[in-house]
Every structure is written in C-alpha cells, then in structure tokens.
Design a protein around this ligand. Structure first.
Ligand code: COA
Length: 169
C-alpha cells in the first residue's frame, strides 16, 4: 500500500568523471525511487581533475533521458544537504569488499550525524566491476582507450582535459 510519501534517494559522489558504472546505478535507482538526486560533491580534498561545473554538466548530459533524476552540486556535509532536499536515503554502489568497508564507515558517520538517514547499496553490474574513475583517468592520461568505460561526451571531456585528441586512441 502506498504511503503517499515521495521516496527521494540522493546519490552522492565526486563524479570525476561520471562513468558507465555510475550511470548503470543511476538508471536502476531511477526505476526504484520516485526521484533520484545526483549530488556532485565539490570534494576539494581529492583535487578533482574536472571542475565542479564541468562534472555537473557531464552528469546532466548523461542523465538527460531520465525524467526523475535531478543534478545538484554541494560543498556542505552530505547530511546537511539531504536535510535541505527532504531526503533520507543515500544511494551508493559496491564494486568490491574494499568499497564495502568504506561505505560502512561513511554510513555509520552519516547516521551519527543524522539518525534518519539510511544507506541503500546496489551491487555494481558485472560489466562495470572494474571501472574506477581514478584508474580510467590514469589510462586516459597515458593515451589509453577509455571509450568503453564512459559515455562519449565524457571521454571527449577527459581527453580534452589531458590535451589528447580523441582520434589518437
Ligand atoms: N584523494 C584523491 N582522490 C580520491 C581520494 C583521495 N584521498 N579518494 C578517492 N578519490 C577519487 C577516486 O578517483 C575515486 O574514484 P574511484 O573509486 O572510482 O577510483 C573517487 O575519488 C571517488 O571516491 P570515493 O571516496 O569512493 O567516493 P566519492 O568521492 O564518489 O564520494 C562522498 C564520497 C562525496 C559521498 C563523501 O565524500 C561525502 O559525503 N562528502 C561530503 C562531505 C561529508 O559529508 N563528509 C562526511 C562523510 S561521512
């Protein structure tokens, strides 16, 4: 029975850049929740390669076909931003056991900060188990092919950032 409540899930991340693995998770989240808010973190401590505006623009472009997906940027605590959005569900993806340990720590910290908040983790689809934003940037920097790991607009933006012509790969 429906409670009439809108289920909003927030998918936070640095998205430097958004990958096919992220998109797979977003599509699945959009099927499960009424609304998915992709929250692109400024994450200055990670010194992202792409600036926040570019990362948000790429996420918006890649998710344009999903009507119940919104994209926002944030530089506050995740729980503060979620409170502002009226959301209590955090959506994240798990690729490996190492991801689980990290998510476990973050989930406990977030719950301590905001007891209403709950974490929903999706197992990454098998095709994207190996896709990692940091590894694909290393591959791109050295002229390797990343076109199977990210959408075409994202590959172009990454190659442009590293001043590599797309046709070189
Ligand atoms: N230095 C530089 N880059 C790093 C890094 C570091 N220490 N740690 C991770 N990265 C890079 C990697 O490229 C990684 O991608 P990959 O795992 O696909 O290779 C990418 O950043 C993603 O890192 P990760 O930490 O797994 O997740 P995220 O950055 O996508 O999401 C947030 C983390 C945004 C959810 C979390 O930092 C957050 O909630 N921030 C808001 C502030 C807050 O509330 N903090 C308290 C959280 S309990």
């Amino acid at each position: 029975m429906s409670s009439g409540k809108i289920n909003i899930a927030v998918y936070p991340g640095t998205f430097d850049p958004i990958t096919n693995g992220h998109f797979d998770l977003i599509e699945r989240g959009a099927r499960m929740f009424d609304k998915v808010v992709i929250a692109v973190a400024a994450s200055p401590g990670k010194s992202p390669n792409l600036d926040l505006k570019t990362r948000m623009a790429l996420v918006k472009k890649v998710c344009a076909s999903l009507p119940n997906v919104d994209v926002i940027g944030f530089s506050t605590l995740l729980t503060t931003m979620m409170h502002e959005q009226g959301a209590t569900i955090i959506l994240r993806g798990l690729r490996a056991v190492s991801d689980f340990e990290y998510e476990f720590d973050m989930a406990f910290m977030n719950r301590r900060l905001e007891p209403e908040v709950d974490l929903v983790c999706f197992m990454t689809s098998q095709d994207y188990m190996f896709v990692s934003a940091s590894l694909l940037k290393e591959v791109a920097k050295l002229g390797g092919d990343i076109t199977e790991m990210v959408p075409p607009d994202v590959a172009q933006a990454v190659y442009k950032k590293f001043e590599l012509p797309v046709e070189e790969v």
